[in-house]
Design a protein around this ligand. Structure first.
Ligand SMILES: Cc1cc2nc3c(=O)[nH]c(=O)nc-3n(C[C@H](O)[C@H](O)[C@H](O)COP(=O)(O)OP(=O)(O)OC[C@H]3O[C@@H](n4cnc5c(N)ncnc54)[C@H](O)[C@@H]3O)c2cc1C
Length: 451
């Protein structure tokens, strides 16, 4: 079949700039993984990203801890997530506690708490140190660049998805806005990895509108972290007064509002959290950015004056991408519920897992449009389920599963919703990922696929 040179739309003709087996829209954790897995499994792949770098919230959002990838001592997310950790570690831009430290012990907890590498879901005291990785955002970008270029992915940055090309109920590609005007990219399978379900929603797939707090994450430099930790543990009462005040100024933050990064003296701050903002609204996002920066400026004045370890603090950067956790959510072939997540419900067609919860393939399958898959934080779930199952590692696992599923479906000549899921699981496992089809002893096994 020859590739047409133009797609005609009411406004005129749009040049076709690429045509490949698989088109992945969104170069965040899920999209990178979908693209690399697809290419490594024999597909020609085009990866489209609106910003000038890869990584999504993991780099541009400066969300700098990979967590939810173990269940006690069992590592539950492997595959491309482990690979990017290894690559960043070799660059000296990623720090992970050794296995011997994955215990509940006061000294170990103090050593790792400010790296964010402990199980904050645990009721044990102290909470156990666990397999989690603190990384540098530029390290994530560079490792992702290496992975996509080595896999032969056709990467097109600076390309904003604008419109899906749908014919007879099947997606055939997408149109992007670029500095050179509108451009069409054609594909046999499309993966929506935009995080906000831009492609599937525009293609008419049923979805819901969720929302959650947004955060203008930022980094501070000039921090004496040894002094800050000494104060925290040796003067706990004075520390808790100042820490409470810092959190009041922020108006909302993660329990430990600052965490170490692999760069000396530089910490990242998962705050201020702000409620009531719609992650799809230009006005809301603009206002949230202003409000976040105001709170950051106020916090910096306070901690410079009062907080031991912070007297020379300065703002290194505010994340270029505002931290939107939840917006549109797919209503796909199966909608994962909070009960599924908390009951550790296992599914026959599980293709990815997080800490101790499982993603059936059907949660990546939109209704109403064929040859389209989704991966990442907008997967098919209720808002309550997504809030506790959207961390970076499982998003990477979902992406990896879609790349493999796309390859196997094209090789078998069947649509993506008819792919042999058992083969997807076996291929993922053979390539080092954990599809979650062999649940740990804690899982509740139910014949969900038969529903
Ligand atoms: C403040 C905050 C703190 C968090 N803390 C943690 C944590 O500590 N650990 C953890 O593991 N997870 C954490 N998370 C969750 C995690 O960061 C996200 O759920 C995860 O990054 C989602 O990955 P994704 O690939 O699905 O989406 P995203 O990371 O959002 O990536 C989507 C990509 O698609 C691109 N894109 C979007 N729309 C378009 C378009 N129209 N055209 C082209 N490209 C487009 C974006 O630019 C981006 O690159 C946190 C999230 C937030 C916001």
């Amino acid at each position: 079949m020859t590739t047409p040179n133009y797609v005609t739309e009411p406004g005129g003709q749009v040049p076709v700039v690429a045509s490949s087996d698989l088109v992945v829209v969104g170069g965040g954790p899920a999209g990178i993984s979908a693209a690399v897995a697809g290419a490594r499994n024999g597909l020609s792949v085009t990866l489209l990203e609106r910003y000038p770098y890869l990584g999504g919230l993991a780099s541009g959002g400066m969300v700098l801890v990979l967590d939810d990838m173990c269940d006690g001592p069992e590592v539950t997310v492997r595959g491309l997530c482990s690979e990017i950790i290894d690559r960043m570690t070799r660059m000296n831009l990623c720090v992970t506690p050794p296995e011997s430290d994955w215990i509940s012990d006061t000294a170990k907890f103090r050593q790792w708490a400010r790296w964010g590498c402990y199980n904050f879901h645990s009721h044990q005291k102290p909470q156990p140190v666990c397999y989690a990785s603190a990384f540098d955002p530029d390290g994530f970008k560079r490792a992702a660049n290496d992975m996509v270029s080595e896999a032969g992915v056709n990467l097109r940055l600076h390309s904003w998805f604008s419109k899906p090309i749908v014919e007879d109920g099947a997606i055939k590609g997408v149109i992007c806005e670029t500095k050179s005007g509108r451009q069409a990219v054609l594909g046999k399978v499309v993966v929506d990895a935009t995080g906000d379900l831009d492609v599937a929603a525009a293609a008419g797939s049923p979805h819901s509108l969720g929302s959650f707090i947004v955060t203008t994450v930022f980094r501070l430099g000039g921090i004496d972290t040894d002094e800050a930790e000494r104060f925290e543990y040796e003067e706990p009462e004075a520390f808790s007064v100042l820490d409470r005040e810092a959190k009041r100024i922020m108006g909302g933050s993660w329990e430990r509002w600052w965490l170490k990064t692999p760069l000396p003296g530089i910490v990242w701050c998962n705050c201020p959290h702000m409620a009531g903002f719609d992650g799809l609204s230009v006005e809301h996002l603009t206002n949230a950015d202003f409000k976040g920066r105001e709170r950051i400026a106020e916090l910096v004045s306070f901690i410079r004056a009062k907080m031991p370890g912070f007297k020379n603090a300065f703002v290194v950067d505010v994340a270029p991408q505002i931290g939107v956790r939840q917006s549109r959510l797919l209503e796909g072939e199966y909608v994962l519920t909070k009960e599924d997540v908390t009951a550790r419900r296992h599914f026959e067609d599980s293709v990815a897992r997080g800490r101790d919860y499982y993603y059936p393939y059907r949660t990546l399958l939109p209704k109403g449009v064929s040859q389209l898959l989704v991966a990442g934080r907008h997967y098919s779930s209720t808002a309550a389920a997504q809030r506790i199952s959207r961390e970076i590692p499982p998003c990477m696992a979902m992406g990896e599963a879609t790349g493999v599923a796309a390859a196997l479906s094209l090789q078998a000549g069947v649509p993506v919703d008819k792919v042999d899921v058992r083969k997807v699981q076996d291929t993922l496992r053979a390539q080092g990922a954990d599809p979650g089809d062999r649940p740990s002893a804690n899982a509740t096994l139910e014949m969900a696929a038969a529903e």
